[in-house]
Ligand binder design. Structure first.
Ligand code: C2E
Ligand code: MG
Ligand code: MG
Length: 804
């Protein structure tokens, strides 16, 4: 806007605006010949025949001839440089009451001034009334100069029109605002009329309406008049304007009609006068022929409206081609509206809004680019950089006030990678947008939400007590956990959140808070998904350790640092060994073993678990095969744990089948353990995989039963053989009545569904006794034996030759 005003002020747009007047004028100038007028032009041939200046007698004869056909007005648009008229004949003619003569006031009187013939009284003299614009084009006419008190100057065209309309009865009043002639009011145009920036606005001017691009009335040559070769009806009762039409006489003007096609086209003064008289007659007779422009405020509204439309379009359309078409379309409409208004004699600014449209679209595009560089395209949320800037500002406010701490929360969607892998990124993206919409409904407006990674979001809370944040995060997690439909599929996700908040007396960089919240989020994940966790010192070290762990895990695979331990499972009915559970161990360089709880979740997260899992399955099968060969008649089952990632491998069944056949093992002696929470994630798919595993003869077991949230309605549909009651219930059942009841219920339920029941983590005789009482089928635990090395297991098998 400001830029436009400057441009306007400098008048840079004026040539363009004037060009629009010219273009519109060219389209409009198609009115039929004005029957109130006749033009008599002195042509090149006339000059050759009669000479120049025209001899008085020739002129007198022409006037006589014309007068003999009773014109209402005769305009003599010829300068007579001689101050005295010698010819009596011409003098007589000049005295005719209907004759109007022209005078040239000159630009800087008296230089260039050509006075009227002295015989003609002032009332019948009009000044030459053309006003030429800076670019040499004639667009305005000056009608009247002076006021009531002083001597008034009338334009030649005005004199002609007034005389034609029997002006004696018309009063001419020059007021401050307008020239009032009878009922017609011709407002004095201001110096910034229409698209003009500053014009000499003295006197009463009008913007010309060209009736025609050629001649607005019938035209005769001087010789035609002198030889009486014309239809007298062309003269009778009309205004006859007699003037020079020959180009060599230099009485020529550039008009809107000299386009690049005919640059040298010009209109003779006599034709121009006919155009002006025709326009004036229309005005004075009450027809609409006067151009108007909008008041300044309305021009501003007009401009603003186009800016608004253009920016709106640029906002909606994103593709460059569409944007180009859209902006072009707006331009075309602007042109159309302006042209329509011009045809209704309203001259609206065109170049100004056109430039405004370009500038507004450009500004919107720039703003969009800027927005995109700081916002996430998918969700429209602020980017990480912007979020860090928000945190930075919050921290500096906190530093000065130190009131409530600044809290940053880091939210991660649990197992989102799997969703992407199994359903594709498009579905993943839809899920993300759905979740973001939910988040936005739960979060208060004061909280800043940002997408800082694929499935990672950061939240900033300022001036909010910790307890409120806690409650809020619970509702965030609950809201996100509600199942939803995407692509006609039902999904439900859990989220892990980590939080970090400022401690009085400490200094923070924005990135620190984000990093701490991220670390706390990882801690929350380790403790089990779907939690939120506050950052505590020590977590950072833990996080670093984790990172090392990731690297070490990769090396461990190559260095064959993994080994399997085997924990016996006892059949309660016979009291004998029914099988082993293969448990993974990671031998550390110092010879110690790292328990799986420490590294399996990490391996799962980074995807290494599938490779490790394949190794476990292959080694366990080979081990069992060796035992079967070593101990003939050995009829034991080997339980092998299956991770979630393994279960989701599309070629899992084929791989397992392949190992079984290469090792030469019967599927019946293998039991796969799948943790309850894993089974329930994608029940339908899991059921399909399980059915195919059962086709290989493999037994299936739900591990850690009671810790997940099994849907009882689904449970009977899983083709399972056994349920493993989680250690946490077993370990407390001798002390806690509730846990005992849970164990009893699980056993009763499992038996009803046709599953056998294994209790894990039996350490006490009391637990064993209770389990036997409640009809548990199998047991595993330190009471019988801890996980054993391969050698220890062989010893056991050797020492106990009767197997269950
Ligand atoms: P799990 O499958 O529930 O295995 C039973 C866990 O309970 C084992 O821990 C075992 O050592 C422990 N345990 C057995 N009896 C007792 C007892 O009386 N008292 C106590 N306190 N603990 C007992 P471990 O070996 O540390 O394994 C932990 C978990 O790691 C396993 O739980 C299983 O989910 C996972 N895991 C172990 N090996 C593998 C593997 O090869 N692949 C996969 N994917 N996961 C494995
Ligand atoms: Mg297990
Ligand atoms: Mg277990």
């Amino acid at each position: 806007m400001a830029a436009l005003t400057v441009v306007k002020h400098m008048g840079l747009l004026e040539p363009l605006e004037l060009a629009s007047y010219d273009a519109f004028s060219r389209r409009q100038a198609g009115l039929p010949d004005d029957s109130r007028l006749l033009i008599v032009g002195v042509t090149e041939e006339d000059l050759q025949q009669y000479g120049w200046p025209l001899p008085d007698d020739v002129l007198a004869q022409a006037i006589e001839t014309l007068q003999s056909h009773n014109p209402r007005v005769l305009g003599l648009d010829l300068y007579r440089s001689a101050l005295t008229i010698d010819s009596q004949r011409l003098s007589d003619q000049l005295q005719a009451d209907n004759l109007i003569a022209v005078m040239n006031v000159g630009n800087n009187p008296p230089e260039g001034e050509v006075p009227p013939p002295p015989i003609v009284p002032w009332e019948r003299v009009g000044f030459n009334d053309v006003v030429i614009d800076g670019d040499g084009t004639l667009r305005r006419g000056l009608l009247f100069v002076g006021s009531q008190d002083e001597r008034s100057f009338y334009a030649f065209s005005l004199r002609l029109a007034l005389r034609y309309l029997a002006a004696d009865s018309l009063s001419v009043q020059a007021t401050q605002r307008a020239l009032v002639i009878g009922d017609a009011e011709i407002p004095a145009i201001p110096n910034n009329f229409g698209a003009y920036q500053t014009i000499d606005d003295r006197g009463y001017q009008i913007l010309l309406r060209y009736r025609s691009d050629q001649s607005p009335a019938p035209e005769l040559s001087l010789s035609q008049v002198l030889s009486n070769r014309f239809d007298p009806a062309l003269v009778s009762d009309r205004i006859v304007v007699l003037g020079s039409a020959a180009a060599s006489l230099k009485d020529q003007f550039y008009t809107p009609f000299n386009t690049w096609r005919s640059r040298n086209f010009s209109m003779s003064g006599v034709v121009i006068h006919a155009q002006m008289v025709s326009q004036l007659l229309d005005i004075l007779e009450g027809d609409r022929a006067l151009y108007q422009s909008l008041p300044n405020w309305a021009e501003l509204v007009w401009l603003l409206a186009w800016l608004a439309i253009a920016s709106q379009i640029a906002w909606i359309l994103n593709r460059p081609v569409l944007l180009g078409l859209g902006t072009g379309g707006v331009m075309v409409i602007l042109w159309g509206v302006s042209a329509a208004a011009f045809s209704q004699l309203i001259w609206l600014p065109l170049a100004e809004p056109a430039l405004g449209i370009i500038m507004a679209s450009g500004a919107v595009v720039l703003q969009k680019l800027l927005y995109r560089s700081t916002h996430d395209e998918l969700t429209g949320l602020p980017s990480r950089e912007l979020f860090v800037a928000y945190v930075g500002r919050a921290l500096s406010r906190w530093r000065t006030k130190q009131k409530t701490p600044v809290t940053v929360a880091f939210l991660d969607i649990d197992r989102f990678k799997l969703i992407n892998q199994s359903w594709g990124h498009t579905t993943g993206d839809r899920i993300l947008t759905t979740l973001v919409q939910r988040l936005q409904t739960v979060l208060p407006p004061s909280a800043h939400l940002s997408r800082v990674g694929g499935d990672e979001f950061a939240l900033l809370f300022e001036r909010m007590p910790q307890a409120d944040i806690d409650t809020l995060l619970y509702s965030v997690q609950a809201a996100l956990a509600r199942p939803f439909m995407v692509d006609r599929q039902r999904f439900s996700v859990t989220t892990s959140i980590g939080m970090a908040l400022t401690q009085t007396g400490q200094t923070y960089a924005p990135e620190d808070l984000l990093r701490d919240a991220h670390t706390a989020m990882y801690r929350a994940k380790t403790l089990g998904n779907a939690r939120h966790q506050l950052f505590a010192s020590g977590m950072l070290a833990e996080a670093k350790r984790r990172l090392n762990l990731e690297n070490d895990l990769q090396d461990a695979l190559k260095a064959q640092a993994f080994t399997l331990y085997y924990q016996p499972i006892i059949c309660f009915q016979t009291g004998k060994l029914s099988g082993f559970e293969a448990l993974l161990r990671w031998r550390q360089p110092n010879g110690e073993f790292l328990p799986p709880a420490e590294f399996v979740p990490v391996a799962e997260e980074i995807g290494l678990i599938t490779t490790i899992g394949s190794w476990v399955f292959q080694s366990a099968c080979e081990q069992l095969k060796r035992w079967q060969q070593q101990f003939t008649g050995l009829n034991i089952t080997l339980s092998i744990n299956l991770s979630r990632r393994q279960l989701e491998q599309p070629d899992l069944v084929e791989k397992i089948g392949h190992v079984l056949s290469t090792v030469g093992l019967d599927g019946h002696c293998i039991r796969l353990e799948i943790t309850e929470s894993v089974v329930m994630v994608n029940p339908e798919e899991t059921i399909q995989t399980m059915v195919r595993l059962k086709d290989l003869g493999i037994q299936l077991s739900i591990d850690d039963f009671g810790t997940g949230y099994s849907s009882l309605s689904l449970l009977h549909r899983f083709p399972m053989d056994s349920l493993k009651v989680d250690r946490s219930f077993v370990s407390r059942m001798d002390r806690s009545h509730e846990d005992l009841e849970i164990v009893k219920t699980v056993i009763a339920l499992g038996h009803k569904l046709g599953f056998s029941i294994v209790a894990e983590g039996i350490e006490q005789h009391a637990q064993l006794a209770l389990l036997q009482q409640v009809n548990c089928d199998y047991g595993q635990g330190y009471l019988f034996a801890p996980p054993l090395s391969h050698e220890q297991a062989v010893n056991l098998l050797t020492s106990c030759p009767t197997w269950c």
